[in-house]
Design a protein around this ligand. Sequence first.
Ligand SMILES: [Fe+2]
Length: 199
Amino acid sequence: MFKLPDLPYAKSALAPFLSEETLTYHHDKHFNAYVEKLNSLITGTGYENLSLAEIIRKSAEENNKAVFNNAGQVFNHDFYFKCLGQEPDDNCPMKYEVLKKLISNTFSDKEDFTAKVTDAAVNNFGSGWTWLVQNGDHIEIINYSNADNPLRDHPDMNPLLCIDVWEHAYYIDYRNDRKKYVTALLGSINWKFVASQAK
Ligand SMILES: [Fe+2]
């Protein structure tokens, strides 16, 4: 059985980027609902003793959409909340040699990196996730819909960062202004965590 992971920071810690109210709804209500639903769906089934990654892949293969959607949302939200919560003096991915190399190999400079991530997230149609994954020595930006994620279609690639573009992630603080949310988010990333995911 899966448990709702605690946030790695206080609910007030991300203000003004994200309010305590947003984190209370997003973590305690939305994320928790996916955890509880997943547990109810897998109890007594062949999924029960598998890891989350195994459940995502197996449910995709079996086209079990209910299990896939809830397992995907549990994985995505856990990763997303870990990507947030910038430490003081940690405001630039180029501080980390591993990220500097990946970004330099993929984009013309840090501004190009920020612009392309922002553009992808803003134009990810409907509800979904914008993922950055490491593919060898470079970064790929992949837009997914609903609960989908790179564990399903790119198990060979290494997840680095994800952006929740469901409106429940930003509507309280930004209403429908996704670009404003994404711009603020990219100024609030825990780059130390992202760097720790790179190989
Ligand atoms: Fe979400």
